[in-house]
Design a protein around this ligand. Sequence first.
Ligand SMILES: NC(=O)c1ccc[n+]([C@@H]2O[C@H](COP(=O)([O-])OP(=O)(O)OC[C@H]3O[C@@H](n4cnc5c(N)ncnc54)[C@H](O)[C@@H]3O)[C@@H](O)[C@H]2O)c1
Length: 330
Amino acid sequence: MSEVLRSSLVKLQALIGLIGLVALTPLLVLAAILSRLIAKLCCRPKPKSIEGEVAVVTGAGHGLGRAISLELAKKGCHIAAVDINFPGAEGTVKQIQENYKVRAKAYKANVTNHRELAELNTRVVGDLGPVTVLVNNAGVMIHRNILSPDPAEVQLMIDVNLTSHFWTKMVFLPPMKALRRGFIVTISSLAGVFPLPYSTSYTASKAGTMAHMRALRMELDLEKQRDIHVTTVLPTFLRTNDEVTQMSNTIGIDELYPLISGEEVARRVVDGMLRGEHEITLPGLAAVLYRLVFLLPADWQVRMILLLSGKRFKEFTNFRSPEECGESGR
Ligand SMILES: NC(=O)c1ccc[n+]([C@@H]2O[C@H](COP(=O)([O-])OP(=O)(O)OC[C@H]3O[C@@H](n4cnc5c(N)ncnc54)[C@H](O)[C@@H]3O)[C@@H](O)[C@H]2O)c1
């Protein structure tokens, strides 16, 4: 068969597939909405128990990581609080020990360093037991120079927010596969689906984590590892971080939607994780909104998002980080 004929046949096959998919889509959407409604009303999966399990929480020394560590401890899970900021991790452990009867220990590790994470696993297994809950929470958002960011800062954002998740997966997933159970929670951001202009490295890193977890979920399904649950979390801006709060004040993000507390997110995340939810958006309505926007052609998506908040993004260029203003960030 000639190359031209073969290529025409492949194109025809793709076109038939596309027409079939377009014809089926309304039915699929209806079936998905109905099954979601039924599950919500009467047969929501029961939360699994993690009593006596061991969780590694990265970036546990502050903000959302600390709140998630406390929430997991409340459910009876032992906690390895991991942070590059060791005193922060120790502070989290102190709060856990004051409130809950679980074992907790602070560990200093840089999530961008694969070797440190491998050593961390050995230490945690020795101290607390095998890790069956991994929370990829450590993240950075740096805006020292919005219009001309330093290449080292761009690299750091990609390394902490995206690359580190490959290292944690390589270290913590194989033992979960051997045990045939576990939970992986990845803190992405709504910025991964509603891009933030002038914060492109952050946006790209968060979109990357979401795609990474989607591919991982498929791998686990192909390997019939259905008791390893992967949950991606896409929160709006939170009240956990001074720089975000200051940024929100500058560009008025909270006029679009109020900033959410770390504790509120932690409760929703741990509940969703235990029920095996794949993606959690906060607020929940954003899940509908981003799917509707994705139905539009690419140029309309840009117009639509700019229409909603273009003025704010422009004001972003006037943002000065706490560090730049000479205040202590934290
Ligand atoms: N704050 C927000 O508005 C917001 C919104 C959406 C998503 N998120 C995401 O939620 C997560 C937590 O955010 P937060 O507001 O609690 O941040 P935070 O700055 O309060 O805490 C992050 C923690 O990560 C630690 N960390 C940073 N780099 C590290 C490294 N290389 N190795 C180990 N630990 C490291 C920090 O020391 C800190 O304790 C991040 O992934 C962030 O991107 C935050």
